[in-house]
Design a protein around this ligand. Structure first.
Ligand code: NAD
Ligand code: GLY
Length: 344
């Protein structure tokens, strides 16, 4: 299956379970990590036809999504004499696609790159839409660019080696899209257990289609794209207050959605029954839904560090029933604090 993302001359296709051969002109550098490379590099090499191939391996982990790894990649690109007709290929999860995309956007003022995402999270979200970047000591993804790949290949077969916890983290981001945009997709999560390849491919295809439509309408997140951050304001505060060690990002997003739902319920936008349905789907896929906030005021202050906060106003993405959302920046602090108290 192929889903097109329509962005004028930056348009590209996302191929789902269709990676038979990739033919490229010029030199190609594949960026991966030892774990993914060990599992899936041969698969890619057998299907890649090009003038010359280079493999660049960076250490595995979010802590290596930084400027040092970026420098290492750029250094190897220059040493291998890649030019403006060369292509980078990201083979890995969101860490690899974010850093590869960023390197592609700055190497000799921009060269092509292709995403081959190997986690569910990267297939349903990170590999599509052109947000690229690295972290620094001030926060996550603070250095980066909007730079679209030339193509994306999502192969559900890669998920056969993915640990269950990482798979669930990807489900959280997919449920996020269902709650904001697609009640039918939400029902699919309620009625299927994602044990078969067909079910998983269906989820990937639906999420990619949603994301492609959102990005086509709002590439630079001046409006509707912000909905993809549902649950994230709370998730970032949870990740920060637990030093990024207790939860995977998708797990924190699951709890973040539960807190956002409680706020939506308090504001009359979500019924208790709908709130419970979303919680049940998250629990069904073994995602955490509970978190104890130790210091409510300190937790609230963390919202202002969020990239979505503007002029001292916190932007919340709240479900409006299931399948729709609202972006609001005028919620009374008292309502937010009362919601947080439910989790104290
Ligand atoms: P990740 O890239 O760290 O991958 C998670 C783990 O799974 C890693 O240890 C990785 O080596 C391993 N792995 C990957 N594929 C595997 C496979 N097929 N089999 C076995 N192990 C495998 O994490 P992630 O969850 O994919 O991505 C998180 C990153 O994505 C974060 O840095 C986040 O900021 C970014 N992100 C970006 C966007 C975007 O729009 N650009 C959206 C969401 C998240
Ligand atoms: N993952 C959020 C976005 O791409 O906008």
């Amino acid at each position: 299956m192929k889903i097109d993302l329509s962005l004028g001359e930056k348009s590209y296709s996302v191929f789902i379970d269709e990676l038979q051969e990739i033919k490229l002109k010029g030199k190609v550098a594949i960026i991966t990590n030892p774990k993914v490379g060990g599992l899936w590099l041969d698969f890619l090499l057998q299907r890649l036809k090009c003038e010359q191939k280079f493999i660049i391996t960076i250490p595995d982990g979010e802590e290596y999504k930084n400027t040092a790894s970026m420098e290492q990649i750029l250094e190897q690109l220059f040493s291998s004499k890649l030019d403006r007709k060369s292509t980078l290929i990201a083979l890995g999860g969101g860490v690899i696609s974010d850093i590869t995309g960023f390197c592609a956007s700055i190497y000799e003022r921009g060269i092509d790159f292709i995403n081959i995402p190997t986690t569910l999270l990267a297939q349903v979200d990170a590999s599509v839409g052109g947000k690229t970047g690295v972290n620094n000591r001030f926060g996550k993804n603070l250095i980066g660019s909007f730079y679209q790949p030339r193509a994306v290949y999502c192969e559900s077969r890669f998920l056969s080696t993915l640990p269950a916890r990482e798979f669930a983290a990807g489900v959280a981001e997919a449920v996020k899209m269902a709650v904001c945009f697609d009640v039918e997709l939400f029902k699919f999560f309620e009625t299927h257990d994602l044990k078969s390849a067909d079910e998983i491919s269906h989820i990937i295809a639906r999420c990619v289609a949603i994301k492609a439509e959102v990005v086509a309408r709002d590439e630079r997140e001046s409006g509707i794209r912000a909905a993809l951050n549902y649950g994230h304001t709370f998730a970032h505060a949870i990740e920060q207050s637990t030093n990024y060690t207790r939860f995977l990002h998708g797990e924190a997003v699951a709890i973040g959605m539960v807190i956002a739902n409680a706020l939506a319920r308090r504001l009359g936008k979500l019924s208790s029954e709908q709130e419970e349905k979303i919680r049940a789907v998250l629990q069904k896929f073994a995602l955490p839904v509970k978190f104890k906030i130790k210091d409510i005021d300190a937790f609230y202050e963390l919202f202002f560090l969020d990239k979505k906060s503007e002029n001292g106003k916190i932007k919340f993405i709240l479900p409006d029933g299931i399948g729709k959302f609202r972006i609001v920046d005028d919620i009374d602090k008292a309502a937010v604090i009362a919601t947080l108290r439910e989790f104290a």
